[in-house]
Design a protein. Sequence first.
Length: 116
Amino acid sequence: MLNWLEYRKALMGRIGELGKLSPDTLAGYQTLSKAGQKTGQLDARTRELIALAVAVTSRCDGCITVHTGEALKHGATRAEIAEALGVAVALNAGAAMVYSARVMDAVSAHAVPLAG
């Protein structure tokens, strides 16, 4: 599939390059990333499990490699990670159902009544 450790290393290098070219962009991202830690409402393990579920729904390989490492570092188990991913799968299916209903609504709005 992917050498996740090598990918993470290469990714961090490229993000570092971007940070040199656009330091405020990187600083803004880092501020957003650290904001949740300051509230103290969720522990780091829980935040990382949520991040993994979001990474799946966002289809972000970089997020997957970074947050997998962080989740494991903060004590998440394979079973906990699998459960978090199950939430992501269920939510994606639910979102597909909601947006399918929106498509059907659009079909109804665009439908031209047939002349009789």
